[in-house]
Design a protein. Structure first.
Length: 64
């Protein structure tokens, strides 16, 4: 049931946005499909670490 509600909200949001954006840029399209899942505690810590460490990785990669 929850998944259906999220999908409905996403569809409701994307419809009007698509209409307006295509008035500006006719070739616009959304990336498909969207992916969602529940983030558990350990996953959250891993994601936080990735976000915090990522800018320093950009600097390292640009040097290479």
């Amino acid at each position: 049931m929850f998944h259906q509600n999220i999908s409905r909200v996403i569809r409701w949001y994307k419809g009007p946005c698509t209409f307006e954006i295509r008035n500006i840029h006719a070739g616009f399209s959304w990336q498909t499909p969207f992916y969602d899942h529940i983030i558990r505690n350990q996953q959250l810590q891993n994601i936080e670490h990735y976000i915090e460490a990522n800018p320093s990785e950009w600097e390292r990669i640009q040097i290479l």
